[in-house]
Design a protein around this ligand. Structure first.
Ligand SMILES: Cc1ncc(COP(=O)(O)O)c(C=O)c1O
Length: 371
């Protein structure tokens, strides 16, 4: 398998644990084990008594039931748990795609959605959204990209990196286009529940279409990325079976303590997701005021969903180098848009509790710069 380096994760691998203040993360403030164990009276006892053997390949019954409960039309048998969303993309693409297949990927996007697809040998077309169009979804352009050998369409809402949501009519049209051609819709829903206005939430793709796969995780809206649990939900069990076969070569099964803790968290999903959403809503006006204050440098489409936004940077300087300097000199971490092949942009994240301190530090640093 040949695969390009993962630019986003490479950047974070280098900087995330060196910079003091994170101002670009796509996850929300993380919980502690104690926070989770406090959710149910017997949880600590169950964790202590947990047998650390292998677990069931598709995920424990308890976990799959808790995940299925997040959907309208999914049974536990429609769920395959994975080592967070990243493994879900990898095993799904490699199980379903190969040379001779064609994939359409909504972009800009989380890098593995493109590079893992390419690594399967499939031909990849990018369904490009543009800042100049306010990141609109061009359905005519999507339709022009579809071919007789198109096997899969990757979509993502709430969206990384723009922080926008897909309008319902657009989502429905994509499902129609896919259904007419029996194309799999791979719907990356890792920020589900973080729509700033809950009325903007889309149906889960696995509820809306029998050949869709919904990708979920506890890494973002639940504040539990360290548990490394995600899932694929689909009513097309033949698809899930093919993916499960591949999982036998990657992780086989999930970590037993993580399964227990995630099942526990999902039984309290409303409360945990609402905690993250409230933090995002509290922080967004602060970060928006910052972008307005720095109007000479930044302009953006104000995010409407999720904990991130993707401003465009004015001027001709190297934004990636500038982000590295900001990390080195101010210890504030921004994510350069170059990791999304968008070198005139950078990513801001506002799902963390210390956002006010990070903004204050960045403001001070910018004020001290020569014009
Ligand atoms: C759109 C998208 N998909 C998948 C992932 C991977 O998530 P996880 O940490 O659960 O593997 C991310 C992480 O940033 C993401 O933003």
């Amino acid at each position: 398998m040949q695969i390009e380096p993962f630019a986003i994760e490479r950047f974070y691998e280098r900087w995330e644990f060196r910079a003091e203040l994170m101002l670009s993360s796509s996850d929300c403030e993380a919980l502690t084990v104690a926070d989770l164990l406090g959710l149910e009276p017997d949880a600590a006892e169950r964790l202590h008594a947990l047998h650390l053997g292998y677990t069931e390949v598709p995920g424990s019954q308890e976990l799959r039931s808790a995940v299925a409960g997040r959907y309208e039309r999914a049974d536990p048998a429609d769920i395959l748990t994975v080592a967070a969303a990243e493994e879900g993309i990898f095993v799904a693409y490699h199980a379903l795609l190969g040379p001779g297949d064609h994939v359409v990927v909504e972009t800009p996007c989380y890098g593995s959605a493109i590079e893992v697809a390419r690594s399967t040998g499939a031909a990849v077309s990018l369904w490009q959204r543009r800042y100049e169009d306010d990141w609109a979804h061009d359905l005519d352009a999507l339709q022009r990209l579809l071919r007789p050998d198109t096997r899969l369409i990757y979509i993502n809402s709430p969206h990384n990196p723009t922080g926008t949501h897909m309008p319902t009519a657009t989502f429905e049209r994509i499902i129609d286009l896919a259904r007419e051609r029996s194309i799999v819709v791979f719907s990356d829903e890792v920020y589900r529940g973080l729509e700033h206005d809950p009325a903007d939430a889309l149906p889960a793709a696995c509820d809306a279409y029998e050949h869709a796969i919904s990708l979920g995780t506890v890494s973002k809206a639940y504040g539990l990325p360290g548990l490394r649990i995600g899932w694929l939900a689909s009513r097309d069990r033949a698809l899930l079976d093919r993916i499960r076969e591949l999982k036998l070569y990657t992780t086989i099964c999930s970590s037993a303590p993580s399964e227990l803790l995630v099942a526990l968290a999902l039984r309290h999903a409303e409360e945990l997701v609402e905690r993250s959403r409230q933090l995002v809503l509290q922080n967004l006006p602060l970060v928006h005021a910052f972008v307005e204050r720095r109007g000479q440098l930044l302009e953006w489409v104000r995010p409407s969903a999720g904990p991130i936004g993707f401003p465009r940077v004015a001027g001709q300087f190297d934004v990636e180098r500038w982000c590295e300097q900001t990390a080195e000199r101010a210890s504030v971490l921004l994510l350069p848009g170059a990791v999304y092949a968008q070198p005139r942009h950078l990513r801001l994240g506002f799902g963390r509790a210390n956002l006010p301190q990070a903004l204050e530090r960045l403001d001070g640093y910018l004020d001290a710069q020569p014009d």
